[in-house]
Ligand binder design. Structure first.
Ligand code: OGA
Ligand code: MN
Length: 211
């Protein structure tokens, strides 16, 4: 049988993300992963927090890295393959998304880096872009939210600043995935009134210093 499309774009949700990115530079998918997997990821994030494995997030890279609670107040831990079954299933899903984006947008995304993030009540992340001055490899940002029973009054929305002074807010509800172009969509995390969990990651292209 002939395939009409490459395999990744046959998944309607992945195709929708690619289409949204191409037309608007961002996408939001309410039920990106099955509820049982999202629950297992939330439990793994809480387990790591209880074991003291999460650390205050910094800003910038290398020597420029500094922890500044006035800019961002989340606690993070980077994820590696082979640590946990749920995390590996998440990484496999994100790799499918990476392939779909490459097939549809020709971005040449080579890898994906990601971390758990926990915002304690009151924490926020001021308006920023996900690109560093000294490192432009991050092309596409993807945030998966892990919060069951999240209500608008809990705050913690991801606010994206789009063209023509339009803002779009994403509620950090369990299973929802927000995706946007890292260097083009300024965004912030509004103060959360309850603990807010997520998995935040970046699809990267090859660094220019390698050419
Ligand atoms: C980030 C970020 C958004 C969110 O970690 O760079 O912008 O909704 N996160 O958690
Ligand atoms: Mn960001």
């Amino acid at each position: 049988m002939m395939r009409a499309m490459p395999i990744s774009l046959e998944n309607p949700m992945l195709a929708a993300v690619v289409d949204d990115l191409a037309t608007h530079g961002w996408s939001q998918q309410a039920l990106f992963l099955p509820a049982d997997l999202v629950r297992a990821l939330a439990a793994e994030c809480r387990r790591r927090d209880a074991e003291g494995e999460l650390n205050p997030a910094g800003i910038g890279r290398g020597d420029a890295q500094a922890v500044r609670e006035s800019i961002r107040g989340d606690q993070i831990q980077w994820i590696d393959p082979g640590q946990d079954e749920a995390c590996d299933r998440y990484l496999a899903a994100m790799d499918q998304l990476r392939l779909a984006i490459n097939q549809g947008l020709f971005l040449g995304l080579e890898d994906f880096e990601c971390h758990f993030a926990l915002y304690p009540p009151g924490a926020f992340y001021r308006r920023h872009l996900d690109r560093f001055r000294d490192d432009d490899r991050r092309m596409v940002s993807a945030v998966l939210y892990l919060n069951e029973d999240w209500q608008p009054e809990h705050g913690g929305q991801l606010r994206m600043f789009l063209a023509n002074d339009v803002n779009h807010d994403v509620e950090p509800v369990a299973g929802c995935l927000a995706v946007f172009l890292s260097g083009e969509v300024p965004h912030e995390v509004l103060p959360a009134r309850r603990e807010r969990l997520s998995l935040t990651g970046w699809f990267r292209r090859r660094g220019t210093e390698l050419f």
